[in-house]
Ligand binder design. Structure first.
Ligand SMILES: CC(C)(COP(=O)(O)OP(=O)(O)OC[C@H]1O[C@@H](n2cnc3c(N)ncnc32)[C@H](O)[C@@H]1OP(=O)(O)O)[C@@H](O)C(=O)NCCC(=O)NCCS
Length: 186
């Protein structure tokens, strides 16, 4: 856990458009790409098309960039935001390798929980994680996410087919984990 007088803050991607190339670099880096559902190298054109669709009025995908002090280091997103069902799929990653394993993943996940349950008042937050991504599975379990099922061999990766594990948390469960998440916000 980083115990310094820097803070983690979040900015909507639309506020920091100049970071678009850095985000593409992070997303295409081997460590991040290997944990994503879609593992192909994303072209600049595909990235530009994606940027056009996020965080706009009426969009169903919202992206925030995390900064440690003034240094951008990661991304959190809510996608498939379904207002009728009051549910959203979330995702996160740390793009800067030297800032992994230092408590910042917890800060990202805590932010997502407060964003989903308290800013947006959603009923259910859910995510998927590859079977070999132990770090993320342990993190999500510690935050209070429960296993919701497995899609056997669903993802074709460079290391062969992997199961896709689903985890979720509902609003009635959130108060039990809220204090812990609050302590994870840096
Ligand atoms: C997954 C990821 C977000 C975790 O962030 P992080 O900053 O490395 O994690 P933290 O330091 O906050 O650790 C949080 C907890 O996760 C667990 N954890 C972290 N790394 C772990 C590892 N290699 N093995 C097992 N558990 C691990 C620990 O329980 C840790 O809690 P602790 O420090 O109290 O023991 C980050 O490693 C990452 O971005 N990886 C690449 C992309 C990715 O996998 N994204 C998620 C896709 S589903």
């Amino acid at each position: 856990m980083i115990k310094m007088n820097r803070k983690v803050i979040f900015k909507d991607l639309t506020e920091v458009p100049a970071l678009a190339p850095l985000i593409l670099k992070w997303r295409n880096s081997p460590e991040v790409r290997a944990q994503m559902l879609r593992q192909h190298l994303i072209s600049e054109e595909e990235h530009a098309r994606w940027l056009e669709t996020v965080s706009k009025a009426g969009a169903s995908t919202f992206v925030r960039v995390a900064f440690w002090g003034d240094r951008p280091f990661g991304v959190v997103n809510l996608s498939d935001v379904d207002r009728a069902f009051s549910c959203a799929l979330w995702g996160l990653y740390i793009g800067e390798p030297d800032l992994r394993g230092r408590g910042l993943g917890k800060a990202l996940l805590a932010h997502l929980l407060f964003w989903g349950f308290e800013e947006l008042s959603l009923y259910r937050l859910y995510a998927s994680v590859l079977e070999k991504n132990t770090a993320a599975q342990v993190l999500y379990g510690k935050a209070g996410f429960r296993d919701e099922g497995v899609w056997k061999g669903h993802v074709l990766t460079e290391r062969g087919r992997q199961d896709l594990l689903w985890v979720g948390m509902t609003a009635p469960e959130w108060p039990r984990y809220r204090e812990k998440a609050k302590n994870w916000l840096l």
